[in-house]
Design a protein around this ligand. Structure first.
Ligand code: NAD
Ligand code: TYD
Length: 339
């Protein structure tokens, strides 16, 4: 029976992870530790009952005292570290909080976990630390780090600290680097939920530059099962790339969503390109497939239809984000509506 601290468990991937883990491993204890920044939303886990095996603690990963206290009080043996500032556009506008949370916060969490004697620490990173690809090739675990945005640079900084904690202290940390995720509960600032929620309101859908940048999409469920394999069988000090080999241009994504919603392509509005916009990401996930036996469940076609349907049937969830009322929920108390 594990006693697990999940950081960032009120965000997109973290909340999907906490729900999955509660269902799959009900005997384990999960402490969801999250600061509730703009990206943290109690509605994401409104269906989860707090009790002896699940608890939410509002806190900052950069608060060494509070992190240390939770690790000790809850006798944590496993840390799964999702908490981060996660949006590239915000990092371009306002880089400082990315360094504060992603670099410094990760170091403080690593140090507290090491001092406490945590047995397994999974650091959730991104393929964006590898930089950008031309038309050919894939990122492997040995691709040199060459981050281009303040977001990816801050994640690379965190990865290097995680690596150093293994090399220096033999602290049992594993790093996962996943490609772009999509699925339920993704904040409507990222591409797929932006397109869905704007198209549903017949608003223009912004496409950056020529729309031909390529991302390698993975359903959030498949990211989570990969993390589960790493928690259970990953080797300390190792890096595992995670991806579903689903490369699409942004325009292909936008067209597919508009088609699914029965909305006209005339909603597409080409807007000025993102600064330093990485052209192509694509992941080689042969290592986690062959060494840990992971395989994704969703095809992109199944996943995108499921995701579009989820947003259609959960309009309340995303409307409360768009109108800001999700922030008014007593963030220290229970969430006010189901997700
Ligand atoms: P998100 O922005 O939806 O959620 C981040 C969560 O972290 C929020 O609940 C927020 O409140 C919390 N948080 C932020 N700063 C904190 C702090 N200082 N202390 C405690 N909690 C804090 O992000 P996401 O998309 O779910 O991404 C989760 C992780 O996965 C991140 O580390 C991200 O880099 C990584 N990742 C994301 C993707 C993707 O496509 N979304 C792909 C690969 C890797
Ligand atoms: P995003 O979802 O922000 O993820 P990331 O930058 O981490 O890959 O963006 C995915 C791609 O979609 C990226 O190439 C930028 C582009 N994009 C748009 O064209 N329009 C948008 O409104 C957004 C948010 C992103």
């Amino acid at each position: 029976m594990r006693r697990m601290l999940v950081t960032g468990g009120m965000g997109f991937i973290g909340s999907n992870f906490v729900r999955y883990w509660r269902e799959r491993h009900p005997e384990d204890t999960v402490v969801n530790y999250d600061l509730l920044t703009y990206a943290g939303n109690r509605n994401n886990v409104a269906d989860l009952e707090e009790g002896p095996r699940y608890r939410f603690v509002r806190g900052d990963i950069a608060d060494a005292r509070q992190v240390g206290q939770v690790l000790a009080e809850e006798r944590i043996d496993t840390v799964v570290h999702f908490a981060a500032e996660s949006h590239v556009d915000r990092s371009i506008a306002e880089p400082q909080s990315f360094v504060g949370t992603n670099v410094l916060g990760t170091q403080i969490l690593l140090e507290a976990a090491r001092r406490h004697g945590v047995a397994r620490f999974v650091h959730i990173s991104t393929d964006e630390v590898y930089g950008t690809l031309g038309p050919e090739g894939l990122f492997s675990e040995s691709t040199p780090l060459a981050p281009n945005s303040p977001y990816s640079a801050s994640k690379a900084g965190a990865d290097l600290l995680a690596r150093a904690y293994f090399e220096t202290y033999r602290f049992p940390v594993m790093i996962t680097r996943c490609s772009n995720n999509y699925g339920p509960y993704q904040f409507p600032e990222k591409l797929i939920p932006t397109v869905i929620t704007r198209a549903l309101r017949d608003q223009p859908v912004p496409v950056y530059g020529d729309g031909l940048n390529v991302r390698d999409w993975l359903h959030v469920h498949d990211h989570i099962t990969a993390v589960e394999r790493v928690i259970e069988a990953g080797i300390p000090g190792e890096v595992y790339n995670i991806g579903g080999s689903n490369e699409r241009t942004n325009l292909q994504i936008v067209h597919r969503i508009l088609q699914e919603l029965g909305k006209p392509f005339s909603l597409i509005e080409f807007v000025p390109d993102r600064l330093g916009h990485d052209r192509r990401y694509a992941i080689d996930s042969a290592k986690i497939r062959s060494q840990l036996g992971w395989n994704p469940l969703y095809t992109f076609e199944e996943g995108i239809v499921q995701t579009v349907n989820w947003y259609v049937s959960h309009a309340e969830w995303w409307q409360s984000i768009l109108d800001g009322t999700y922030r008014r929920i007593d963030q220290a108390g229970r969430g006010g509506q189901s997700g």
